[in-house]
Design a protein around this ligand. Sequence first.
Ligand code: SF4
Ligand code: SF4
Length: 234
Amino acid sequence: MKTTIQRAKEQLFEIPDGKYTVLEALRYIKINMDRTLSFNQGCRSGVCGSCACTVDGKEVLACKTFLQDNQKIEPLKNVEVIKDLVVSKDKIEQNIQKYKTTIIENSQKTATNKDAKKIDIQSNCILCQSCYSSCPVFAVNKEFAGPYILSRVFRYANDIKESNQKEHIDLIQTNGIWDCTLCGNCALVCPEHLDPKNDIQALRNMSATYGYMDPNFASMSFGGGMDFGFNPNF
Ligand code: SF4
Ligand code: SF4
């Protein structure tokens, strides 16, 4: 079977017919055909997120996806390619700091199982960056906080142990929740079934309780001379 890998240039490899995951095919090529091929791998069981790439343009975990004949393997989109299929995680790590995606002020409350359940799914992110690769807003604006970060903000803003929810909400007003187009691509590609789009919608509702509103809506003028300008006391 044949597969094309996007490196500095596209390269076609022919490997023996068989049933391979994408990662097994990459390992076969590296061991038997080209030792310079670079890709990330870790747990090989869909837990660490390090082998994310695209196959025929769709974000996948290489260790959990079977390769078909004539498919094209490429690095994730919208992130810096270091070599072949290896991409940088610098941006996502910078954003973790920038958006303070952790407990800012500990409430000292004890979380019950019910409390933990409310933020369970958001806590399952494996940092694979597939959602960033699929996001049309991040593609054109690298200052956009991005789907994973916004899900993580949701997670900490709703944590019973957090007593400073407002600071989380304040930090995502610029290049954050209002820039998302709600296209849902991030939810479609997430291997852990997070739904950042839903979390963003929930964060918009929470923002309204702190007096924020969609800046695009706030700057709109409506007919009849009425202007629904931003009202900080809303
Ligand atoms: S729903 Fe929003 S965050 Fe998710 S991919 Fe679309 S624009 Fe990006
Ligand atoms: S939210 Fe999903 S797709 Fe995005 S980094 Fe986390 S696990 Fe990967």
